[in-house]
Design a protein around this ligand. Structure first.
Ligand code: DQA
Length: 145
């Protein structure tokens, strides 16, 4: 099973960015964690990060060919992007939403998630572990379908 793992804006700044909220580990550390977790589950993870909404839309569209599921942390686009929601709906692949922080306990403007409407599950507040849980969820979800 091949999973596309997308990270949105500012997630390339992990480790430097608000470490009290997002932790001390870098984006490279996150990619290493995801690739190791995927290998342990017998999955292949293709990790990509972009600060640009349209690039994320393009990658979601491309996933229709050759991928079995999508893990997505859209960063701040979570709370604003109908384009990402529409792209996820358009490709009709199982998708799981991940947030490193627990957005449910943060500002009011973080309480909306558009992509959630196209996701089978959301993990938040688990740090990097949320990505591992998302991979396992997709493995189980796809095994059932
Ligand atoms: C985030 C939460 C978002 O609200 C924020 O804009 C991010 C990161 C998280 O992983 O906790 O950039 O998605």
């Amino acid at each position: 099973m091949k999973i596309l793992v997308l990270n949105g804006p500012n997630l390339n700044m992990l480790g430097k960015r608000e470490p009290g909220i997002y932790g001390a580990q870098s984006y490279a550390d996150l990619v290493a964690f995801i690739e190791k977790s995927a290998a342990e589950e017998g999955l292949e993870a293709d990790c990509r990060q972009s600060n640009h909404e349209g690039t994320l839309v393009d990658w979601i569209q491309e996933a229709a060919d050759g991928y079995d599921g999508i893990v997505i942390n859209p960063g701040a686009y979570t709370h604003t992007s109908i384009a990402l929601l529409d792209a996820l709906k358009a490709v009709n692949l199982p998708a799981v939403e991940v947030h490193i922080s627990d957005v449910s306990k943060r500002e009011d403007f973080r309480q909306v998630s558009y992509v959630r409407m196209a996701c089978v599950k959301t993990y938040m507040g688990l740090g990097f572990e949320g990505y591992r849980q998302a991979l396992i969820c997709l493995k189980e979800h796809c095994g059932r379908s």
